[in-house]
Design a protein around this ligand. Structure first.
Ligand code: ADP
Ligand code: MG
Length: 714
């Protein structure tokens, strides 16, 4: 039987040389599953002559506690084979001596007789390897690289070095193995197809794809290697941007959405009769952008970004009123029950007294996990028959077999808490399968531009930068645990002025029990400190929904002056009179979370305060606290968060922990991303269907499907 030809898309498990178990390990640990994935695994650095370092110099570096790699010409002495008692395992040892007469010990822990023979045959060799503490009294190099020197000349070949996580080392996958596989696969695969348009290759001076694979791994010189790696980074970003822009273009040309003819009477009634304040210019602009989308006849897919407290909910309400005024139903999905409740209460107030064209009031209903039995059944019937205009809820909105009569708009609040699949399911609630409901996604965690372009690249983005007038910038202070009393005294002072305060304790899933003990203890301590004349409520995830609801209501109505809570209040909770937030163990929170929490107290014209209480700070937590003290600009903090934690964490989406990009780095390749986006836009404008670029078209259709799937429904 003829051997199947290996192509870029061959799964590694089908490559005999690699084998299924190692292929599985690569896929689990590095997300590498095809030949192409492996060939795109770029070397972290290269060894070449410029990195030559003598044994003496490397030993000195090692003494200084530095990374010490020996790279020099040596000859070997004292080559010996030691049989161990452990299952006949063989250790091979040798001593390397360089031209200066300096010596270092070499060890191979999984030696073999052929190795001894080979070492004896070597004569002069170039040694490469990192100095380690081999045992208590001895340093040396374990498993060094040795290459024969011919005719006294040091080989000029540049060797790629790959980063191998220790989890792979445990699976017996070594660096040199990876290098050999890549070498083998590059030869097997041969020439590969180019899909980046020629004019772009010329513009950046990039090598062809085949050339770039060879040169990135086994370069003739370092500058070509660098250029090749750049090409693949660009390629990754360019493909994704092209795909996203095509998806976006399709949405506004091909896909059908409900077309709105007029803004309707509800929004006018609301703005003229009920709105207690003037909209900010940003709010007005965004409402116009949304209205334009709703009139287009194509489905809106808009991401509304704005800092906490910038008035996004109000914008969502206006969009909803437009749709309801045109006879459609709307759904508003919130990430927590507390938040859904709050939205529900606010919406009831907002729509009270409004009259639809038929003279009927606007009907708002709440659907959460706590709505059960007959009440739930009745609600679902009413919804199906069109007697509910606005349905507000949590995940329950999509997890149940609920059906709308005419769902026109879905608003998702604080999107990063929602999985992509969940949003998809909600869109599937459309009553007409040919028409996609409009979607408005609100995010209070500003997303750095690079990330937004990558993950939400096919969405339109509206940004609210302006805060409602009269807001004072928050004052943030940092106290250590032993200064806690000072913080509490400050809270007392604020409460005595008529304000309210949050005191927040961390809740991290892994240490849940410990955390609950912690908040209980904290609650007792706070009660002790404040005494019986102060009213203090507590709220955390282990309480029943009704209890949580009660605590939240007491706090919202002002009955409770202090709310002791876990991060449940993180998103969206709106109690304008609460102007101080104390965050206990603040070092355990991420930056976005801290920023969200701080946003809870910036909702009125009173001076807001945020106090971060921490224990001893490590290097990373110190950076986070410092960033919090330096700025309250959500976008700046988001950039910082991206820098400190990487994109996976920041998005909080289910991408199985793998970063968004394979080879490009959204932090350092920002400029490349913007260039790739521009190039993609240029191509799409000229040739929307990529008729003149069939290879690119093919590549995107064939291989971007999965990626696009989650982008499309994001
Ligand atoms: P976000 O959802 O963006 O965090 P909200 O929509 O909850 O913010 O608004 C925060 C607070 O600001 C609310 O109490 C809201 O009533 C108020 N608000 C919104 N827009 C304005 C405005 N234009 N002028 C004054 N207050 C506003
Ligand atoms: Mg909000």
């Amino acid at each position: 039987m003829p051997k199947d030809k290996i192509s870029l898309f061959t799964p590694l498990s089908d490559v005999k040389k690699i084998g299924t178990s190692k292929a599985l390990a690569l896929s689990r640990e590095l997300g590498i599953s095809t030949v192409e994935d492996l060939l795109l695994y770029a070397p972290s650095r290269y060894i070449d002559k410029s990195s030559m370092i003598s044994i003496k110099e490397a030993k000195e570096r090692f003494k200084e506690g530095e990374h010490a790699i020996v790279h020099t010409k040596v000859r070997l002495e004292g080559i010996a084979m030691i049989k161990t008692k452990n299952k006949g395992k063989i250790i091979v040892e040798a001593v390397a001596v360089d031209d200066e007469g300096e010596k270092i010990r070499l060890v191979w822990f999984n030696g073999a007789t052929w190795l001894v023979k080979w070492l004896k045959s070597l004569g002069e060799a170039v040694l490469y390897g990192r100095i380690q503490q081999l045992s208590k009294n001895s340093i040396g190099i374990a498993h060094p690289e040795l290459r024969k020197v011919k005719d006294g000349k040091v080989d000029n070949t540049i060797i790629p070095v790959y980063h191998i996580p220790s989890s792979l080392v445990r699976k017996k996958i070594s660096e040199s193995q990876i290098r050999n596989w890549i070498k083998y696969l590059i030869e097997e695969v041969g020439d590969v197809e180019e899909f980046i348009p020629d004019f772009l290759l010329k513009k950046y001076g990039f090598p062809s794809r085949s050339e770039a694979f060879r040169q990135m791994h086994f370069p003739e010189d370092i500058s070509i290697a660098t250029k090749s790696k750049e090409r693949f980074k660009y390629e990754e970003l360019f493909l994704l941007q092209t795909a996203l822009l095509i998806a976006k273009k399709n949405r506004v040309t091909v896909e059908k959405g409900y077309r709105i003819e007029k803004s309707g009477i509800l929004i006018h009634q609301f703005v003229n009769e009920k709105l207690p304040f003037e909209l900010t210019d940003d709010q007005k602009r965004v409402v116009k952008e949304i209205y334009k989308d709703l009139r287009s006849g194509h489905p809106m897919k808009r991401l509304l970004q704005g800092d906490v407290g910038s008035g996004k909910t109000l914008v969502a309400l206006l969009a909803i009123l437009i749709m309801v005024g045109n006879g459609y139903q709307c759904a508003l999905m919130a990430p927590t029950e507390v938040l859904a409740n709050q939205h529900y209460k606010n919406f009831l107030k907002y729509v009270e007294g409004l009259k639809k064209e038929d003279g009927q009031p606007v009907r708002v209903q709440l659907l959460t996990g706590s709505v059960k039995g007959k009440k739930r059944k009745d609600l679902l019937t009413a919804l199906r028959e069109g007697y509910i205009d606005i349905l507000i809820g949590t995940h329950a909105l999509i997890e149940d077999p609920i059906q709308f009569k005419k769902l026109g708009l879905v608003v998702v609040d604080e999107q990063h808490r929602f999985g992509v699949a969940q949003r998809a399911r909600l869109l599937a609630k459309s009553s007409d399968e040919n028409i996609i409901p409009h979607l408005l996604v609100m995010s209070a965690t500003p997303i750095p531009r690079t990330l937004a372009l990558t993950v939400y690249g096919d969405l339109d983005v509206s940004i609210i930068k302006q805060l409602p007038p009269g807001r004072k910038p928050v004052i943030t202070k940092h106290f250590y645990e032993n200064q806690r009393v000072e913080a509490y005294k400050f809270v007392k002072y604020q409460v005595d002025q008529g304000r309210q305060a949050y005191i927040i304790f961390p809740l991290i899933e892994e240490s849940e029990n410990f955390d609950y003990a912690n908040i209980q203890e904290g609650y007792e301590r706070i009660k002790n400190f404040f005494g019986p004349s102060y009213s203090i409520a507590i709220m955390h995830g282990r309480m029943k929904p009704a209890e949580k609801q009660k605590a939240m209501e007491d706090f919202a109505s002002g009955k409770a002056q202090i709310l002791v809570a876990t991060n449940v209040v993180e998103v969206g909770v709106d109690v304008p009179n609460a102007t101080t937030i104390v965050i206990e163990s603040a070092e355990r929170f991420g930056l976005s979370q801290l920023h969200q929490l701080r946003g809870r107290v910036c909702r009125s014209s009173h001076q807001p305060y945020c106090i971060l209480i921490t224990g001893k700070l490590g290097p990373d937590s110190r950076k986070r606290i410092k960033a919090m003290l330096e700025t309250s600009d959500g976008f700046k903090l988001a950039e910082k968060d991206l820098e400190l934690r990487g994109p996976g964490d920041l998005l909080g989406v289910q991408q199985s922990g793998k970063d968004v990009m394979k080879i490009a780095d959204l932090l350092t390749d920002r400029d490349t991303l913007l260039e790739a986006r521009q190039d993609a836009a240029y191509i799409i404008t000229k040739d929307p269907e990529l008729k003149k670029l069939p290879e690119l078209r093919e590549r995107i259709l064939k291989h971007m499907g999965e990626k696009l799937f989650w982008q499309r429904i994001a």
